[in-house]
Design a binder for this molecule. Structure first.
Ligand SMILES: [Fe+2]
Length: 189
């Protein structure tokens, strides 16, 4: 018998209609966002405001909190006793040659990204096993969730990804001039 000890689930949903509905609002917010030296290839609201205004993107925030409940139910949390809150939420538009180094969102419960408007050659998000630096494996016949060190996901309009915040990830070098996404952290009380 073989039993899984730990696994790293990725929550995936697709809501193309929502991505169309909120695109203009995202573009307006990005238009009002100052360029930052710390984000050289594109624009992000992160350096202006870690939590875009309360009145912005209400439908999106409600959608995310609904999906958080579904994911938390899967994780076998008592969702009736839990209070979920979007602790941080920011919009980014990454241009060509932008990327994000390996990092994790320490201190949050869940983190996620929703792709609002991306191109075919917008770069993948890459997830890393937390032990990927020390894991020794060779001669793999077929990569799967037991023997992979990294996992790439291609962004698509309307794709929502959520993961436990301790899971490391990066964004590969972007080849497109448009990669609009909303990222967020979730707290649980
Ligand atoms: Fe991140």
């Amino acid at each position: 018998m073989i039993q899984n000890l730990f696994t790293y689930p990725l929550f995936v949903d697709k809501n193309i209609k929502l991505s169309i509905d909120i695109k203009e609002e995202c573009l307006n917010i990005l238009n009002d966002t100052k360029i930052s030296n710390e984000y050289k290839f594109g624009k992000t609201t992160w350096f202006n405001d870690h939590n875009i205004k309360k009145t912005n993107l209400i439908n999106f925030k409600n959608y995310v909190l609904e999906q958080v409940k579904i994911f938390s139910d899967f994780l076998k949390l008592d969702i009736n006793r839990s209070n979920f809150k979007i602790s941080e939420i920011w919009i980014s538009n990454m241009s060509q040659y932008g990327h994000h180094e390996y990092h994790s969102h320490v201190g949050a419960y869940l983190s996620g990204t929703f792709y609002v408007d991306v191109d075919l050659n917008s770069s993948n998000i890459r997830f890393f096993r937390p032990d990927y630096l020390s894991m020794k494996i060779n001669n793999v016949i077929h990569f799967n969730d037991y023997n992979s060190k990294t996992w790439d996901i291609k962004p698509e309009n309307g794709l929502l990804l959520m993961w436990q915040s301790s899971l490391p990830h990066s964004v590969l070098i972007n080849e497109s001039n448009k990669r609009i996404s909303i990222s967020f952290n979730i707290d649980i009380i």
